[in-house]
Design a protein around this ligand. Sequence first.
Ligand code: C2E
Ligand code: CA
Ligand code: CA
Ligand code: CA
Length: 278
Amino acid sequence: RSQEDVGTGSGSAASEDVPHTASFCTFEALQQAMTDNQLRLAWQPQVHAHDHRLAGFEVLLRWQHPDHGDISPATFIPVAESTGLMPSLGSWVIEAACQQICCWRKQGYRVPMVAINVSVLQLDRTLLAHVSHVLTQYRLKGDCLEFEITESRLMQNLDECMHVISALRRQGIRISLDDFGTGYSSLDKLALLPLDRLKLDKSFVNALTSAGYGYHVIEAVVRLAHSLRLMVVAEGVETRAQLHLLNELGCEILQGYLFGAGVGADTAVRYLRQDQTF
Ligand code: C2E
Ligand code: CA
Ligand code: CA
Ligand code: CA
């Protein structure tokens, strides 16, 4: 596969909703993937809704399996989580992302915010120590990073996670509630959480242009987010019709195949070079 294809095709994206555990996807194989350099990051652009300039990247983990090709994180993250590998796998992602940001900066690029998916199973003291270590090592400040944490998982573990999230924010790292709308947050909890952004799940974005109540639900969600002083990021934007409506609704940041899928760093650097408008 070419560099352009490091990002997910529709195959891996579709499997996000129906994760299945392949038999080769074991603790040992994942451990080997880490030591044998089979993991890669794909960088997906995020754009400002008002002018379509690059606003940031979300880094998406990829496992380039020697026999089975590109494996979606939807398949192997659950295995990492259930076998105790998530903290080390997650630390690998944070370090690899920071190393790349540092490398781009050394080449003279201005690098926008980089969003990293963080599992609730990583939210502990070890993560805080790792993050400060990596930021120091690569001479970065926390404000170049955003951590995306899945709504449903966070709400189930709120008390334990709260102080780690607060500590991350004190380091300047922004916190985004991922897959928002799929987790049935109670509104009082949402108001209590120290967050910076809500990331509207793509099922909502899909509902926008299908007949029914989609538009009004999202309108209410965006209002709610803004009243809590949160920015709204919409994921899974695929059509110009969705783009138009999300803009009208006041979403600040957009991400999806309409602007580009996740690509390898060699390809992603073009976005930095051109100060591109999408
Ligand atoms: P997510 O955080 O909701 O990420 C969005 C997923 O949708 C990604 O799939 C992305 O490639 C795909 N996608 C992006 N734009 C579009 C679009 O316009 N249309 C459609 N249909 N799909 C789009 P991917 O890369 O397979 O990742 C699946 C999930 O795995 C992610 O869902 C995230 O929860 C998790 N994940 C990815 N990387 C990591 C990581 O480093 N750590 C952890 N803990 N989880 C990760
Ligand atoms: Ca995410
Ligand atoms: Ca999602
Ligand atoms: Ca997700």
